[in-house]
Design a protein around this ligand. Structure first.
Ligand code: GAL
Length: 373
């Protein structure tokens, strides 16, 4: 190495040291002692928002498990604001993170950061939501999102009595008035959920067992930007005013996420639906307020995704990457991000209703009985 190069290395080292010195945010923690040389490496964890309980649990679980393995972590939440997330990821790169675990807000907005990360040798793990349009996404871990949509629609059909508990048709033909909601159009998962649900409902819409009075069935029309509960509440209000003012009742609502279900329930009760006579309303994430609503007989179902398992899977991928071990995946065809099919580890979700919440959520240790009081 010539003198100039040596000086450059020293300067870079000094920069890292000074950045490390000023980076002691609430969520950046020192590594536990011991372990191999990659132990102690910094892992950036970029989460979308703290307004939804699940991301708080996800972030906390990943941070805890990585630190138990001896890694440093930088956990950041972006308030569902894309420029904030872009900035947070850029800072993680500057701080010298070796792996980034990213649950994106907009799956297409991070390409520059991913290119910069790859140029610096940083590995990228897409967490729960796929990052689109960039070849530098190394791995992805999530739940089987298409199946989540199938489960949501199936529970809607069960709640309406079109299917029995074993999934067999009961012969009930309705017609049932159902309105449809989808998630954020910039979240890759939202399309998977909606496609899974609509493939399941199509037959019943075609034979008019289910009638969408508003006529709104197209993904773009029923999507809810940033998964915002207030947006869903407003759209439900509008649907009630436009399509149900003559006295027809809504019998079911396909809702892709508990937060939206809460907004939808508010619109329905404000329009005069009694809390014990609400339509069959689905959800996702088993958030505590929504599980309470299920127990109270308001929301009908949710989809439980054990964030502890997803967090553990992400940690396993990170650890294998940093210790040079083989990363295990179980899906190499479903998640094409437009530039590559991203190797994925898929987990399975469970439908939760009033009938099984105790078994699944309490016996499973996700909640205590006291949490649900
Ligand atoms: C999705 C996620 C869902 C739900 C939703 C809103 O990407 O898969 O579980 O959390 O975002 O936060």
């Amino acid at each position: 190495m010539n003198k100039k190069a040596v000086l450059a290395v020293i300067a870079a080292g000094a920069l890292v040291v000074s950045l490390a010195a000023c980076s002691s945010t609430r969520t950046t923690t020192p590594a536990a002692s011991g372990g191999t040389s990659s132990k102690g490496a910094l892992v950036g964890i970029a989460m979308p928002t703290q307004t939804s309980e699940r991301w708080i649990k996800d972030g906390a679980a990943i941070k805890k498990d990585l630190e138990a393995l001896g890694y440093k972590t930088d956990l950041e939440y972006a308030n569902n604001d894309i420029p904030t997330q872009v900035q947070q990821i850029s800072t993680m790169i500057t701080k010298g993170a070796k792996v980034l675990v990213i649950a994106s807000i907009d799956g297409t907005a991070l390409s520059t950061q991913l290119d910069n990360a790859a140029a610096a040798g940083i590995k990228i793990v897409a967490y729960d939501r796929l990052i689109n349009g960039n070849k530098n996404v190394d791995y992805y871990t999530t739940f089987d999102n298409y199946k989540v949509g199938v489960q949501q629609a199936t529970s809607l059909l069960t709640g309406l009595g079109i299917l029995d508990d074993s999934g067999k048709e009961t012969g009930k033909k309705g017609p049932f008035n159902v309105e449809l909601f989808a998630g954020s159009p910039d979240d890759n998962n939202a399309t998977f959920f909606y496609n899974g649900a609509m493939d399941t409902l199509k037959k019943y819409i075609d034979d008019k067992t289910i009638v969408v009075q508003s006529g709104q069935t197209d993904f773009k029309t029923v999507a809810t930007l940033r998964w915002d509960p207030a947006t869903a509440q407003k759209r439900m209000q509008d649907l009630l005013a436009k399509s149900y003012s003559a006295g027809a009742k809504v019998n079911g609502v396909l809702s892709p996420y508990d937060g939206l279900s809460i907004g939808i329930i508010s619109a329905l009760t404000a329009a005069g639906y009694a809390t014990n006579a609400l339509p069959v309303i689905t959800g996702q994430d088993a958030e505590v307020g929504s599980v309470k609503s299920i127990i109270a007989g308001q929301q009908y179902s949710t989809i439980y995704k054990d964030t502890r398992k997803l967090g553990k899977e992400a940690v396993t991928i990170v650890d294998n990457l940093l210790t040079g071990k083989k990363v295990t995946v179980n899906d190499t065809k479903s998640y094409d991000n437009g530039k590559k099919v991203v190797p994925t580890f898929l987990l399975q979700s469970v439908v939760v209703t009033k009938a099984n919440f105790e078994d699944v959520l309490v016996t499973g240790g996700y909640y205590t009985d006291a949490d649900l009081k």
